[in-house]
Design a protein around this ligand. Sequence first.
Ligand SMILES: [Zn+2]
Length: 373
Amino acid sequence: MNLQRSAQPVLGGWRLGELGGVEIRIDFSLLLITFFVAFTLATQVFPRSVIGISPVAGWLAGGIGSLLLVVSILWHEMAHVLTAQYYKLPVSRVVLNILGGQAHLSREPERAEHELLIAAAGPFSSLLLAVFFRFLSFLPGLAGLTCDWLSTVNLTLAIFNMLPGFPLDGGRVLRAAVWGYMGSYRRATQIASRAGQVVAALIVLVALWMFTTRGAFLSAVLIGFMGLYLYRLSYVNYLLAGGGKPIISPSKMSVRRVMRFNVPILEPNLPLAMFVWRYLDFARDQAFPVMVNGTLVGMISLAEIVHIDRLEWGRVKVGDRMIPRVKLVLLGPEQDLQSALAALDHADLNHAPVYEGDSFVGMLNRRDIVYRT
Ligand SMILES: [Zn+2]
């Protein structure tokens, strides 16, 4: 029998629910860890500290502890989500997994400083949570012990995620720093992914050392598995960033090489609804020039209208929401991309019309520069 393919992509794990418009999923690997954590707390950690603890109390506290661990990971991911949303980057879902979790941004940041702050927000939030649980660890009995353990776990989460290997948070901070310094997004991704492979190899070595000399078999296997998982992720990212292929520096590439030609020209009195209906499904990351009788009066992209209530799209016109001509920078097709980026940065823009002499030839979008250099 022929089975019809599902149109939905296959997603690992189970859907937990939705938080602030973002789908939350939990990966099977984390469920295993949660059980392992509850088991370790109930049978080893608590009995060692509380004399004569009943198995029921131990498992109950262990269960609550491991549940709060999942909440801690969710807290960490939501810090990424909120920072991304602050920079108007949509987040489709959060997957909680063995490495902690992953917030899936529908679009990668276009600027190094945005990526840096989005990445750093996670470990920073874990650090805050570690301090919070440290205060609560003065509670008596099992509650205090659980909080003490949660404080250590959150501190570990913060430190582990700040290891400088892409795609860990620390690796993203590294990529953002290299990206900001060298100006090349692809080169920065390659360097940070290579660092990720080194970090992963070191984690595996630590696991081997724990396994052979410390006798911590279960933890060693767990850490070793995390190292292998990270290695695979960084290697895939290295290849995706065009690892091994030559990189062209933005200073050696002209605007003409990455700009878009044949961009539709809009009129200022076009209602937003018509604009979206005609063009935006085909060009989400693009801006369009707005002209009156061949004279440029502004520019508009999805970023200018996405926050307007859809019911208003029939009434509001392109001219009401466009970025006016006075705020725009015009570029030439032979200009190099480095100076073009500097001009965009200076004007705080993501797009610019390209003019050859007096005639409009196309648009340059920041995203196209980022992914081509
Ligand atoms: Zn994180």
